[in-house]
Write a protein that binds this ligand. Sequence first.
Ligand code: ZN
Length: 141
Amino acid sequence: MRSGLVNAYWKSKRLCEKLSTTSMARQLAKTCSRHDQEHTCKDLFREHPAALLKWRMLWYSLPSCDRHARIVNMFLAARTSQQKEKLGDDQFSMKYYVLGQAVCRDAFIDLTCIAADTLQRARTQAMSSDIGTVVTASPVV
Ligand SMILES: [Zn+2]
């Protein structure tokens, strides 16, 4: 009973941080880069933080199993698309988008608050699935 309350408290606290404008401003202020080249991935979201906040509110209102299924399907769609271009799984490279804007993986994680290990689990599941599979969310019992 007590650990259930503690878990509920931490889950609620993490959700509040994801939907906090202060926390979001901190994440938007962080820059992303590769090979000493600074990216512009977050520029549009710095100009329109309300759109990103609305996206987060909608995303985190979905049940967790539904969110997971959508992430797996995102990887499956990318994998299927690359296979149509005759690229093998060893050449798989994920392109990330937030609200239709192409972003790097680091920016995707900062903008969406979807953790790197969640992405990795979804990618692993997608890479071990048959092509053409669509993952459906299972209802939480
Ligand atoms: Zn970037």
